[in-house]
Design a protein around this ligand. Structure first.
Ligand SMILES: [Zn+2]
Length: 87
């Protein structure tokens, strides 16, 4: 059962950047939102990622972040920490 949940999390986190950017079809968004309702871990990852994006967007004059850097940010935030916890 835990493995099944984990698989869902991996699928969700793989689509997280598209979800935040609003690039996913509505039915997929619904699936993600449904999963988020029952999965606190994914909610934390989503909030952390969103906050990071907001920081990047709030100060466009001081900080210019190329798209590829932003992508790496996503990968580091949402996958490394979450799927390979160090504790
Ligand atoms: Zn999850």
């Amino acid at each position: 059962m835990a493995d099944h949940v984990h698989e869902n999390c991996q699928a969700l986190l793989g689509s997280l950047s598209e979800y935040i950017d609003g690039e996913l079809p509505a039915d997929l968004c619904q699936q993600i939102e449904k999963h988020l309702e029952g999965c606190e871990n994914c909610r934390v990852v989503l909030n952390t990622t969103k906050r990071t994006i907001d920081l990047v967007r709030v100060a466009p004059e001081q900080v210019t972040v190329p798209a590829d850097v932003r992508e790496r940010l996503f990968v580091r935030l949402s996958l490394d920490d979450y799927l390979n916890p160090k504790k």
